[in-house]
Design a protein around this ligand. Sequence first.
Ligand code: TYM
Length: 326
Amino acid sequence: MTRVFSGIQPTGNVHLGNLLGALVHWVEDQHRSDSLYCVVDLHALTFPQDPTELRSTTLRLAQLLLAIGLDPDVCTLFVQSHVPQHTQGAWIMECTASVGELRRMTQFKDKSAKAQFVSGGLFTYPALMAADILLYDATHVPVGDDQRQHVELTRDLAERFNSRYGQTFVIPEATYPRAGARVMDLQAPTSKMSKSAESAAGTILVLDEPKAIERKIKRAVTDTETEVRYDVAAKPGVSNLLSILGAATGRTPEEAAVGYSQYGPLKTDTAEAVVELLRPIQARYTELAEDPAETRRLLAVGAGKAEEIAAATLARAKEALGLLPG
Ligand code: TYM
């Protein structure tokens, strides 16, 4: 039996990179595997957050995940801070990771270089992420390409723990989508699309209006050639559009390139595919947003299911470590 676990941070707005790189695959995976999905609010605390904003972003993100198609009768959807085993597991993983390993994390290097205040949590963040995954005996972790190094570290930590203290954790494997694993910024197509991009024009938000989506894609940076071809190194802008078009229509970027000889039609079709992909999600989100109490009820049920699994794994790890039972 495969067990899937993945998470997303409640910071800023969900963008097309999150959707195509991860979330659409969560929806597919829930029908194939026993799946758990988590709004990782504790991860968001690695940077100072506005409390009112964090509370509302967490709830809205859960509603968006339901709108995208997560079915709480099929998968387990919950909020990280509702399951206390995550922080306990994180401590065990912090004591399993070396400072050298944590220092090598490129996301820490990038984020700490840009931040004015670098919290201890930003540094130990991958240990919390490892705990998230290992607590659920996850066999598969669907993520975008930017999380590759964190999942590799999780595997190393699980292997190290198991060899020191005996078989305790399942070794997970990251899974990446065929297209969309790395959605790039439309204005700077050599950087990934992100919530903290310099220019809002480079990021398509899942809740953007159709007009805004059309405008952003129309203005996307391409190159001075005219040939439509998937070649990330030589043609990052065009390749990004092909990757988005492919992911939005269930094809590889190479397949999506067939039949185009000009950038104009490629942009028009990409915009249309994205608008069509987002239309039903936006409609359902609007409905769900009207009933926050129901979302909170669903999240409480999810946390209950998650805690049962996490508590059993944590108990196994504590026993293996030699912590005296209480
Ligand atoms: P986060 O919240 O930054 O992103 C959520 C998911 O979206 C993917 N993603 C992208 N995919 C393609 N192109 C992009 N431009 C792009 N930007 C983001 C991410 O790879 C991710 O899959 N550390 C994680 C959250 C996390 C987690 C976990 C994930 C915490 N614990 C356990 C898996 C398992 C993060 O910050 O993702």
